[in-house]
Design a protein around this ligand. Sequence first.
Ligand code: MOS
Length: 767
Amino acid sequence: MPRKVVKSKYFFEHDFIETVGEVSTLKFPDWGKNDTLKYVGKPVSRSDGYDKVSGTAVYTFDVSLPRMAHAKILGSSVPNARIKKIDIERAKALTGVVAIYTHENCPQKKWFYDTTFLFDPHVRCEGDEVAVVVAETEKIAEQAICLINVEYQEEKFVTTSSQALNDNTPKVHDFGNILRGKPDVNSRGNVEEGFKQSDIIFEDTFTTQIVVHNMTEVMCSVVNWEGNKLTVWDSTQGVFSVRDAVARSLGIPESNVRVIKKYMGGGFGAKLEAGKYTVIAALMSQEIGRPIKITLDRKQMNLIAGNRPDSIQKYKAGLKKDGTLFAFTLEAKAAVGAYPDGGNCSGPFRGIYKCANLSSTEYNVLINAGRSRAFRAPGHVQGTFGLESFMDELAEKVGLDPLEFRLKNYSDVDPNSGRPYTSKFLKEAYQKGADAIGWYTKRKAPGSDQGYLKHGIGMATQIWGGSGGPPAYAILKLNRDGSAILLVGSQDLGTGTYTYPAQITAEVLEIPIGKIQVTLGDTDVVPYGPGSGGSTTTASISPAVRDAAEQMKNKLISGAAAILELPEEQLYYKEGVVQSKSVPEKKATIREIMQKMRETVLVTTGARNANPSGYAINSFGAQFAEVEVNTETGKVRVIKVVAAHDIGRVLNPKTMNNQFHGGIMQGLGFALMEERILDDATGKVLNTNLHTYKVPTIKDVPEIEIIIVSDGDNLISNTGVKGMGEPAIVPTAGAIANAVYNAIGVRIKSLPITPDKILNALYVNKS
Ligand code: MOS
């Protein structure tokens, strides 16, 4: 198989990562536009759809094994404390309780930063694991949790980034309250000189709140030991990352851990790595000799499963009179919780616009609350709100239409590296999006509507990574009857990963899509593939699938050549038959070829190609929102969102639409209503359920129009796909905020834009 190991770059979350990976070097003909294709680009219904809507899909929580026991976690009730004493006697005495682990009796394993433990006697946020009870039923485990008495030696705690940066505040970890001990700085050009040479200088500050992922499916594992082999069913975005972390933590070979995930109800970044709960359950299962199911409840999901950190974004821009951005700085602070992933929000600031002199300084600040974690376009969602609100203000300062101002500072190359893009159709997205929302026809001057219902139109730009990259593999197993099984190195987040590999295989082998079955999410069965994150999955694995299918076609042609005793060049492949170009009766079907080859199953392995060197690969887009603001109640209603994006080739418009609808609604929630509320006085979260933490419902859904301005990007890969799961959410809040400004003529600079903020801005703090 034509393979080599090469260096390749790809964008994951907010950084480019250089990898050395095994890649395929095979080249295949360009597919051209989607309308010339039969299966790819067509609105195929997702193959997992029926199972999901009929309730027959087996999620992790549905896995039930003989003799299975149930585990529940007791979390800390205080934000910062040393555990003085845990009394588990009453809980142990409860009928049906099988085992209890605390820091006193659990085999201790290092966890975050290698300085904390699975059960740490120092709890640093509400919800931190204090004990786990295993019982005959989930109910009994819950009852037992209530019977555990914990004595805490409470300590002072911090709840905000400003407070945590103060020298006299308690330290969340020994290393201090700033992740990595110092801010992250990125710059280009000479900012000081840039400001000196600017005609207009303007500053402003924008803030965003902490929001939680709220995926439908809570975190859950089922663990089972058979001898020294551990099987883990887990609701995860990365079966291999869970396998490796569990094996490492338990000190057993990776081959002794099998991780399975068939279906899941969302992850949004919170399920990229193994959770403590899985390792704890594995240890307890080994001790009691029974399988265990461990489930977090909704409150625990809200407290410890991850969140999008908040942000304080301070922008300063220097402009030339004609509107050219000439100097630009951002200072950002994010409260990232007690065991953070980071919250850098400068990606859009550094990546979208041409600006010669630019610098960002970002503080990831630890506080005594649940950790931040990757959350659908981490950093870019909050950063785009701040940047694109500020861009609107700047446009007004220099007297340009917001769209014109953005075009004025448009960058044809990656402003950080100076490299050309493999493709960039942002101008087309601006144009088509503007037309669809009525930018030039319906949009009025800010706050110019008469009456109490005021309409506004706003827009925001989006940039994200898009390349994906190696390593990614697919194994294709073709049967004599022309049916096939595809083992794909991935797992399905719910985004459609079961469906498009079949479309690609059907396209190449010209066999009905229903004859192809896709297997994902089983570390003992599928080839390696990375976690489903960073919008990289489809861009990474779709070319590997095509690679496997094209090789299969070549294998059939070469088999037929041997059987028909004709050179391969004289043969062609069509719909499962290899035929001579000149003598039509000389032909062989898949069955005939395989019978002669004496193989019941033909196997090929496909791999992803390397990304082209010397280029930047990004996805782009713009969203336009139309809102109606009721200036008597302060309520914002989003009427319409137009999403115009450059995402390379669309493999399946149906599943793509799903992602845009979901992303836009998640962005709308972030813009208008969602907020995790942490009480400064107690360090506790006040809204840990879906009643008090408001997410959008069906009644909030606006009209959504999706416009794709790109075809396959042939420089990237043989499928030309760029990622799109995260781009869908990135510009929504900025577009809505700018539309609100356009409606009422007063800018709300802090999310969420709740009615109180609107009314205050209109009637109290009128600026
Ligand atoms: Mo995502 S936040 O890379 O799952």
